[in-house]
Design a binder for this molecule. Structure first.
Ligand code: ASP
Length: 489
């Protein structure tokens, strides 16, 4: 009897342990879900390309439809899919009533919403979301030729980024200064500082830099090794820059004949008055601008709110149509914009994307379906299935010629040439000092005095105040050596 009891206890403990271990595995969750899920689930969606679109036979197809069928297969349920009655995503009115897909879930007219429904705080308080199946943000949809007018005036500056232009100007000034320094220090450039004119004055050095930069060649020609090192490095730098500039400018012109709009960011939108801009009313995008504390986004909201009858559209497709037919920029979710850009080659999305967000599958608040749905989404993600669906529905039908592949040359791309210039300048300066030291040494030998005093005299002759005529005479009388002449001899 005692033995039988012990055996029974062991079996119970074992089975308990087994349940605990298995409780949270994906398979167990799925198993439990299968038991909880109604045999037929009512699903709501919204007509938005390419998530859900009507076929000729009035059936639905698209990314969301494929995703739903994958989830149903994975979790083992049947479903009926319908399009949300009021055609809205879901927002709360003054009385606290929800419309759109969110409203249908709250009123239990649908169990799930499988659509490009953005996860937001207000919605998360009213319904539950799975982890996102797709990430997106807010972009600006434009017509290719919109706002391009008048943007060419300073187009010649566009091939290089602002930072690169600043880098070039700084490099030019530093190189000219180095040339000026070397022109003073090197005895080959300025043999007799007491009586002779220095050819590399500050003005001449600056002029020399411009001449080389524009491949025009300029006087004076450097004579010393040190100044020639600097000159050669500056020529190499100039040629590389010119090659990069010409290449980038050619593709810039090419792109602008394809009418790349000048609007890159939301700030650009605020700065111009040629295009009206707006978004979808009752959308998470509109609420993003409404609730944002960022002054730029607040300005966008104020603009849209003041003209709400004119600039807000009812649906995504209406927004796209307005962009194509009038001077209008549409603020909407970048992922949907990417789709229309891939299909309509006259449209383009500005590079800036703000307000990162995600689409989740929605169910009623604290629904037990959320966890299994999240697990199933993660499985689809990890197996590459979601990526496959993304590629399937976002296939690009515009030729690559229509794409905007152009971007200004950035500093990093030419980082190496800046480095070489830096090394060359340092080398030139070092060599000029060596040249001066050599000259001081031979002067010191000739005049039978210390090398240091000869060196400091040379330095003060080159950088000190102009000599008095008495000093000049004295200098002319004392024997000096010219290392350049010695080299030549
Ligand atoms: N997907 C959005 C929403 O859920 C629509 C948008 O904000 O553009 O409201």
């Amino acid at each position: 009897m005692e033995k039988a009891l012990t055996l029974l206890l062991a079996v119970v403990l074992l089975s308990l342990g087994h349940t605990d271990g298995e409780e949270n595995t994906g398979a167990a969750v799925k198993e439990r879900t299968k038991r909880q899920i109604p045999k037929t689930v009512t699903v709501t969606t919204i007509l938005e390309k390419p998530f859900a679109m009507k076929t000729e036979s009035d059936a639905l197809e698209g990314y969301a439809v494929d995703l739903l069928s994958e989830l149903a297969q994975s979790l083992g349920f049947n479903y009926t899919l319908h399009v949300v009655k009021d055609g809205k995503y879901g927002s709360k009115d003054q009385e606290g009533n929800w419309n759109g897909m969110v409203g249908e879930i709250i009123r239990k007219e649908a169990t799930l919403a499988v659509a490009p429904l953005t996860i937001t705080t207000v919605r998360e308080n009213a319904i539950s979301f799975s982890k996102p199946f797709m990430q997106t943000g807010i972009g600006i949809l434009l017509k290719k030729d919109a706002a391009a007018e008048g943007s060419y005036l300073f187009g010649f500056l566009s091939p290089f980024s602002k930072e690169l232009w600043i880098g070039i100007i700084i490099s030019y000034v530093i190189t000219s200064l180095c040339l000026f320094l070397v022109g003073r220090v090197s005895p080959c450039e300025w043999t007799e500082p007491a009586s002779e004119q220095n050819q590399f004055t500050l003005l001449n050095s600056l002029w020399y830099g411009v001449g080389a930069l524009t491949l025009q060649g300029a006087e004076p020609q450097p004579k010393s090794v040190s100044a020639r090192i600097i000159a050669v490095i500056w020529w190499v730098f100039s040629i590389t820059l010119l090659a990069a500039y010409i290449g980038s400018f050619a593709s810039y012109i090419n792109n602008n004949t394809n009418h790349t709009p000048n609007i890159q960011t939301v700030e650009d939108l605020l700065r111009q008055d040629k295009l009206e801009f707006g978004t979808m009313s009752n959308s998470s995008t509109f609420n993003f601008f409404k609730n944002s504390k960022n002054p730029k986004f607040q300005m966008i909201y104020e603009y849209m709110d003041k003209r709400k009858d004119r600039v807000l559209v009812k649906s995504f497709s209406e927004g796209v149509q307005r962009v194509r037919e009038s001077n209008y920029a549409f603020l909407g979710e970048s992922i949907s914009q990417d789709f229309v850009v891939a299909k309509h080659c006259d449209l383009i999305r500005a590079p800036e994307v703000i307000g990162g967000r995600g689409y989740g599958i929605a169910a009623e608040l604290d629904s037990p379906l959320i966890r299994p749905l999240t697990i199933a989404i993660l499985e689809l993600f990890e197996s590459g299935r979601l990526e496959y669906l993304r590629q399937k529905w976002w296939e690009n039908t515009c030729s690559t010629k229509d794409q905007t592949g152009w971007a200004p040359v950035q500093t990093q791309m030419l980082g190496g040439i800046f480095l070489i210039l830096g090394i060359g300048l340092a080398l030139g300066l070092i060599v000029s000092f060596i040249e001066l030291v050599c000259k001081s040494k031979s002067n010191a030998d000739l005049q039978k005095r210390s090398c240091c005093s000869a060196f400091s005299e040379e330095i003060s002759l080159r950088f000190g105040k102009t000599q008095s005529s008495e000093g000049v005479e004295k200098d002319q009388k004392s024997p000096t050596s010219n290392s350049c002449d010695e080299v030549k001899a």
